[in-house]
Design a protein around this ligand. Sequence first.
Ligand SMILES: Cc1cc2nc3c(=O)[nH]c(=O)nc-3n(C[C@H](O)[C@H](O)[C@H](O)COP(=O)(O)O)c2cc1C
Ligand code: SF4
Length: 649
Amino acid sequence: MFESLLQPVELGKTRLRNRIFNPPHGTTLGHQGMVTDDLIAYHLARARGGVGLIIMESMTVHPSYGFEQAFLYAGSDRIIDGLNRLVQSCRAEGTPVFGQLFHAGRGVRLSHDGSRPLSYSASDVPDERYRVVPVPMPNEMVWEMIESYAAAAGRLADADLDGVEILASMGYLIAQFLNPTSNRREDEFGGSLDNRMRFLREVIDRSRDRIGPDKTLGIRVTLDEKTENALPEGDMIAVCQALDADGKLDYFSVISGSSATPGGWIHVFPPMAVTPGFVVDDAARLKQSVSKPVLVAGRINQPQLAAQIIDAGSADMVGMARALIADPEFVNKVENGRAEDIRACVGCNQACVGHRLAHFPVSCIQNPPSGRERSIGSIGRASKTQTILVIGGGPAGMKAAAVAAERGHRVQLHEISGRLGGQVNLAEALPGRAEFGGVTTNLQRELQNAGVDIQLNSELDAEAVRRIDPQHVIIAIGARPRQPEVEVEGVEMVDAWAVIGGQTVPGNNVVIADWSCDWSGLGVAEKLARDGHHVRLLSGGSVAGESIQAIVRDQWIGVLHGLGVEMTPFARFYGALDGSAYFQHMTGGEAIVCEAVDSIVTCFAPQASRACDWLERLDGFAISRIGDAVAPRTVEEAVLEGFRLGRKL
Ligand SMILES: Cc1cc2nc3c(=O)[nH]c(=O)nc-3n(C[C@H](O)[C@H](O)[C@H](O)COP(=O)(O)O)c2cc1C
Ligand code: SF4
């Protein structure tokens, strides 16, 4: 079934063992712009997992965009040694490594000292997402920049990387030169398409000169920037055709989206609302226009979809960034007939993109060792087998049970309801969020493979615990909703979990009192608006969804706006009387009054469940608490704590 996916392929003179590549993604595992042992361990895990090619994260090339706390810096020879160690490690496992070169142009918010940096672009056209006005590059600076790219490409070759990729996509510097709406220059770099592509062409020509004929050279392009003022697709195809004819490039990699606007940005890190494989048609069109191999990435998280893309001839290789963050063993599992064991990425963006944009190392909510390969990478075997009782079948309990069982313990998992998953079952019930249920499906598979004894509809008492006779009891019973302590009279008040779970249906005019600013407020607002209710969402933060990953939030807010949900930020709920709900502006202090309210739906702080406190009166075993049963947080912390505890036992 996956035969075509596992066929070798050549990009230039680099031979790859299969058609799956790991696309460039910033990991924040470097330090001061240099490669670290953590970064090497991260890529080594994916090379050992069988991936055909690793294209390393964007490396910056010029001091005008250094920012070494976030990016590797290829503008200095100091990068060479670390890169060489990295490529030697991965090559020994059969995986070649390319490096990607990048400059954000006007897309700059970072500086070394906290002040706003100068940003440089083709012209002084402002950027909507970063809200900066760039400095138009003087002509001599453009030539200097081109030289910086070429010098950086030379360093990558000196480090013996197998190839170099030039990032010409996503609205960054090279794309700013290509696009007539951001390039208003009147010198040899502006005006006609030929002039606008001169910057890219010079970078490619000079990079090829530096790296020689034996190293692979490719570019990453965007056909559809999914934004206003996008570079027309026809222009981008014409650019690729001209470069193809120049004969200096070995491949074209296609992606979607742009950094220049909030809407375009969503497609650079597409959340689960974006259809899997959404860039494939673009890749297929480019493939018909150029002679060299075409690579594609973007929400490809299942081997079936990947194989279809190769079988249909839409692309020569498929990229998986987040799919391999979630499961570095993806390719080995495909090869060994264990595709159903793949821990599929669910497109939540939380621990990968979320960590990255907050300048922390990438990880995965489902896979804590990702990005922590050197600190908690292996699970190992316990020296003494114990009987472990896990109470609660949410993500924390499931992960702890699976890891403990993998270490060789006898593990029983008891869940009071008839279904594993805990709060994930609520999150996946929301419109467009069904894929989130993959978290439970994946954990169930881990439990099954590890041999955990799962008991559903099981409420334990002291006698039952004595019969099991555990050495260790893990309490992972999660949290319960609670209502805010305010006076409410003459208006129905219900909690969001009950609405999402279908236990109650609120009246027509709904006000959501959203303390949490997470998925519950946004999700219940969308559900009710789609069901025909008039919805007002009043959130206790600067924006609805403030607590969740920004791209997921931004996409969701666009949906709510389209559904007519009225959103008010900085609103503290303080009561309701006879059809009116009262809030206070959290900074201004004035009242916000909502009239004609039938129901108030609350997304208030949940409470750690204490339902198993009676266990502390028994003896003969150790007790640990994990996840929301300690304090309510998110799936990420639940799984991380479950993993850490399971690995310790
Ligand atoms: C944490 C993270 C950082 C990324 N950084 C880069 C980057 O440095 N350069 C780049 O071209 N793309 C970058 N991307 C985009 C990915 O290469 C890829 O196109 C995108 O994640 C969609 O593919 P996926 O659905 O397989 O994750 C990044 C993606 C993620 C998740
Ligand atoms: S955190 Fe979410 S989006 Fe990121 S790799 Fe894991 S499952 Fe995928």
